[in-house]
Design a protein around this ligand. Structure first.
Ligand SMILES: [Fe+2]
Length: 233
């Protein structure tokens, strides 16, 4: 599909470029201030060593790209891009991989994430069932996020460019994550992934899984009402 953006690779990271880009940025200090990192000590060491590094950028394609804006206005479904940088939250080369803050939707809508470039993990925590699913994503794969999921993205051995489709009304509840983070994290240690449990949570089940291929992002352009229905209550 052609979203009307240009994705460029620079080492392990990606940048995107399009006309009238509009969005916002999250850096390390905010993740420390809100205590959503696995280890505050490691995070503060990185802050001292590297400064307030940029963790991710979110671009609201639905605000400025005419074709997307038109569909979004008609369906109420937003299309955003998250560019998550690669890195570990540590002064060494091992530690918690860079991640997005995480949130739950205020109203019961689903969301679709499609990985456009790089490598990522989607962490989905179902608080009611006390279960965390860690879903590994490769380029072109998508994940349907449940309406009750508290979800966060981690980068992999590379950064990640993720397209999200979610109804505008869904809303973001960041308090679901603030002060505690998620039950499980993704670490890179000696080039290998590890999924340590966050001691702030008790007895949360853990499952590792793989994302699947899908074409919901194409359908957003072809049959947007179907996508709206898929994400609806
Ligand atoms: Fe979401």
């Amino acid at each position: 599909m052609d979203l009307g953006i240009k994705i460029s690779e620079e080492g392990k990271n990606y940048t995107i470029d399009y006309e009238n880009a509009s969005g916002w940025r999250r850096s390390l200090s905010r993740l420390i201030d809100d205590d959503v990192v696995f280890s505050l000590k490691d995070a503060r060491e990185l802050l001292r060593k590297e400064g307030d590094v940029i963790i991710y950028d979110v671009y609201n394609l639905w605000k400025t790209i005419p074709r997307i804006k038109e569909i979004s206005e008609k369906t109420g479904v937003n299309c955003d891009i998250t560019v998550l940088n690669h890195g570990v939250i540590s002064a060494s080369d091992s530690g918690e991989l860079f991640f997005t803050y995480g949130h739950r939707h205020e109203k019961g809508y689903s969301e679709i994430y499609t990985l456009l470039a790089g490598e990522a993990f989607l962490v989905s925590y179902e608080e009611g069932r006390q279960k965390t699913t860690m879903i590994h994503m490769e380029e072109g794969e998508e994940v349907l996020i449940s309406p009750t999921s508290i979800h966060r993205l981690y980068c992999g051995r590379k950064g990640a460019v993720v397209a999200g489709l979610v109804p505008r009304e869904a809303g973001h509840d960041y308090n679901a994550v603030k002060g505690k983070g998620m039950p499980y994290a993704v670490f890179l240690k000696g080039g290998k992934y590890e999924y340590p449990k966050n001691p702030k949570f008790k007895d949360v089940e853990f499952e590792l899984s793989e994302a699947g291929s899908g074409r919901t992002l194409d359908l957003f352009f072809e049959t947007p009402d179907e996508v709206k229905k898929l994400l609806g209550k």
